[in-house]
Design a protein around this ligand. Structure first.
Ligand SMILES: Nc1ncnc2c1ncn2[C@@H]1O[C@H](COP(=O)(O)OP(=O)(O)OP(=O)(O)O)[C@@H](O)[C@H]1O
Ligand SMILES: [Mg+2]
Length: 285
């Protein structure tokens, strides 16, 4: 199996990639920490994993991992470099596409530019199994487009009323405006497993009542964990720095579930990450 970090010759058939967007509506619920550690945990399971920092204006995947990018998505957007040149290696061999922080124009891209960012992944000549996309807070066009373009949207919630209402608002807009009909839910910073389940039930009840056409699935709960905070301080992924900690074990369990999701077999006919690989695969089959 070729390493994920090696660019490969273009004649080698590229396998389809399962893409997973991590979102939540509300700020500070743990989207970036889940993205980073889910990507690291999937890499530890042997999945060739790429993590895209899609918090375009206030990127912090690189900060969480102690990486120093030479180039970011801002350079790609301005035509100064290619996607492949942005890629850095993170823990457990996972790959990272860093974004820029404090570049306001990146937070104000046009909808067509968000579509362009999704489509540029078609040019990537790397063997990958999974793409994780860390999205910004809110329900802006970038968040909606990246969630729509991924096969799965993972919505992170925590035990705050505003987190549940924001998650509901996001799911509603994704369903009504972007045709998303399935959402995975992760409860973060819970005090015990029952609290995680109760949070999910709360969100599922309101979605069932007002958004009958969206199906929700409880993907798991992550405890509030001081080891995770310690890893953040040390700019490391808790998944690799403290693998025996409660949060790392919970995220590893979520990764095991996500690793079993089948790669996509055919394009859905709308905007989608790595759609060219699916089209080529269909043509070969
Ligand atoms: N399971 C956890 N246990 C303890 N602290 C956590 C946990 N998850 C996240 N945190 C803390 O919560 C804060 C916010 O986390 P993070 O940056 O991942 O959130 P976010 O949703 O990506 O925020 P933003 O909306 O600003 O992008 C961080 O300080 C992080 O250390
Ligand atoms: Mg974040």
């Amino acid at each position: 199996m070729p390493a994920a970090n090696a660019p490969i010759a273009s004649q080698v058939p590229l396998v389809p990639v399962r893409s997973i967007a991590v979102t939540g509506g509300k700020g500070g619920v743990g989207k970036t920490n889940l993205s980073v550690n889910l990507a690291a945990s999937l890499a530890l399971l042997g999945k060739r994993t790429l993590l895209l920092d899609a918090d375009l204006g206030l990127a912090n995947v690189d900060v969480l991992l102690g990486l120093s990018p030479q180039h970011t998505l801002a350079d790609l957007v301005s035509g100064r470099c290619e996607l492949d040149e942005l890629i850095l290696e993170g823990p457990a061999g996972m790959l990272v596409v860093p974004a820029a922080s404090g570049r306001r124009h990146m937070a104000e891209l046009q909808p067509a530019q968000h579509v362009g960012l999704v489509n540029v992944f078609n040019d990537l000549q790397r063997q990958l199994d999974i793409l994780i996309v860390d999205t910004a807070a809110g329900i802006t066009d970038s968040v909606l487009t990246f969630c729509q373009a991924a096969q799965d949207a993972v919505v992170v919630v925590c035990d705050e009323p505003a987190s549940i209402t924001d998650a509901y608002a996001l799911i509603k807009v994704l369903a009504r405006e972007r045709g998303v009909d399935r959402v995975q839910v992760v409860a973060n910073m819970v005090r015990n497993p029952a609290e995680g389940r109760a949070l999910y039930d709360k969100l599922a009840r309101v979605c069932e009542r007002f958004l009958g056409d969206v199906s929700l699935n409880f993907l798991g709960a992550i405890p509030h964990c001081d080891w995770l905070r310690m890893a953040v301080q040390r700019q490391q992924a808790v998944a690799t720095a403290y693998p025996a900690s409660a949060s790392a074990r919970a995220i590893a369990e979520i990764a095991r579930r996500a690793a079993r999701w089948e790669p996509p077999v055919a394009p859905r006919g709308n905007i989608e990450f790595f759609v060219d690989r699916m089209i080529r695969q269909g043509a070969v089959a």
